[in-house]
Design a protein around this ligand. Sequence first.
Ligand code: ZN
Length: 176
Amino acid sequence: MYSPGRQTHRQTRLKHYYPAYAGGTEKHNLIFFMAAVHAPFPTGLCRCLKCDNLCAWSADVRTVNNQHYIVVDSTLPGRIIVKPHPKPLSYDGWVKKEKIYCKQCGQDWGIKAIYKSVPCCVIKIISFVIVDPCEKRSWCKKWKSVNFPVAELSDQDMMDLVEFETERVSQINGEV
Ligand SMILES: [Zn+2]
């Protein structure tokens, strides 16, 4: 039986052994696919529909009320371009002020938002192809159709997102 705690533990373990996996060398991806084949639940990679750039490992996707899907991965900013949202929105604890695009091809991936004061990236499933450990590729119109489990965003995830943003900002400031 799938449980978010188990997924988090597995994700931590994999990141410990293969910290560069999300950087996306093919060798690392292969290692992860091999690990994923033996995972206790289905897994996959969300790749850009247009250029195949890696967006997220399925274990890093979380949902808020099965309406918003967030990536909890400190390496995501390296794979995206952020631009102002043409029509900024604020509602139900969400502030959506920016859009995110694939760094390689410019495909619209979703929105950079603030949720309950926490910065996060909300991705839309139609912009991606899901690649399973056997290299089977599938395109889903709706998140509820994906073949991997998606855990609800937890307090720990929120803390991780804050930490990622703090690290990101301090890196930027350090470079100036
Ligand atoms: Zn792309």
